[in-house]
Design a binder for this molecule. Sequence first.
Ligand code: SF4
Length: 506
Amino acid sequence: MTLNLDNAEVEIRESRLGSITGYCGTAGDLCRQSKSGNLGEQERSFSQCTSCSSVTAICQLSMIQDAAVVNHAPLGCAGDFCEFNFCNRSGQVKRGLRLKNANLISSNLREEEVIYGGAAKLEEAVREAKERFHPKVIFITASCASGIIGDDLQGLSEQLSEVLGLPVIPVFCEGFRSKVWATGFDAAFHAILSRVVKPARQKQPDLINVINFWGEDIFSDLFGKIGLKANYVVPFSTVDQLERLSEAAATVQVCSTLGTYLAAGLEQQFGVPEVKAPPPYGISGTDAWLRELGRIVGRVPQVEQLIADSRASIAPELDELRQTLKGRTVFISAGAVHGHSIICLLKELRLHVLGGCVWHHDQWFDNKDARADSLDHLISQYGDVDFGICNKQNFELVNLLNRLRPDLFIVRHHGMAVWGGKLGIPTFLIGDEHFGLGYQGLLNYGRKIADTLSNPALVKNLAEHTKLPYTNWWLNQEPYSFLRNRDTLSKGEHASASNFPKGGEQ
Ligand code: SF4
């Protein structure tokens, strides 16, 4: 697949990656349907609110330390600014950076601008961002409102770049553009690839781009053991670092849901090889990922030594944790590839995974390489699992949890974690995506799970004093009842949510 970096706008995931947001069945069936080209979207006839592409674009761009973001939008779209600021500051602490707020401004579109156009408000906000933050680059992120009124972000950005003497770059990430909010990552990376990254001045054979969110710095130590250096992008990077992404020897990503576009674009446009392998979670995924990295950078013996040493060092405690956790039941909700990765890790720990639901599904990634198919890796290495796609539809999740009543609920996003507590289910929120990565990640997760399971008193107490907003009318229906076509799209081995036990009375 070739990315079109000449176009100002990114192609959305639905058309580029065949992405869907509704499905109920098994991981194996989903994987088979993706490979056969028969997978179709299962639309919902009812849906609660969810995230949007604008938010995911801003989440990446607002943490570039010397850039600024102007969100050309009504103030309501800035509802997540405080979260980005929190992530920015907590990440700065983890990475040992100077503590400061994210450089974020809203153009605050109101009714008047929606009628007469928002160019003046946008210019005012961009000038304010320059004055206040002295950034090297200003990104303008679009919103539903700016898209609907048709403000010419491309033309306005070019004019402002000239007048202000710095790059002003539009990012086309209107919320209505795509049902898959991960398209916003692509929109942000499209802007970086097409307007920020420069051709390599000098290649750095030991430098590895790491596409990630805001986890602990574990790669400096891991890569240091094989003579490599980690170049974390995009959060907490600088504009200079981004300009020189082309100089790296390879690109890795902690999650292809996040990094598919940037990794593929760096390879296509600047010749930086992407490590095409399963995600580095669980032993077999980490082995394969490290071996592919070692092959690309010419460090095969060092990588083999690292694998042997690491596996030997975790073996005794891993055995103990497996004995402790064996057979305990777990349900997981997370972004697509991170969800696949964590299921691998849980199965490696011998937990019984009752099922998972992820926020969307990409039928393939931009590299179109089978080795990077994380869902296929999960099934081939660890077996099948009941699986759904629920784009943060809390009503479906609560129904599922209420039926399954797992010993543990693991969830990636805090807005959904509260439901585990309200149902009296010990819940573990995955804040740091690096926590479970690599060989050490198995031990980290095993210890955390053992700890979480050891004392459920708090959540039991919470559940006793909580009245759910959902009635029996809903809890006694199948969790994915509102998916249209779910019986007609695939009759084959498609599991039905009716396989789940009936919901309990509330
Ligand atoms: S861009 Fe659209 S979907 Fe996103 S927060 Fe604003 S109005 Fe909502």
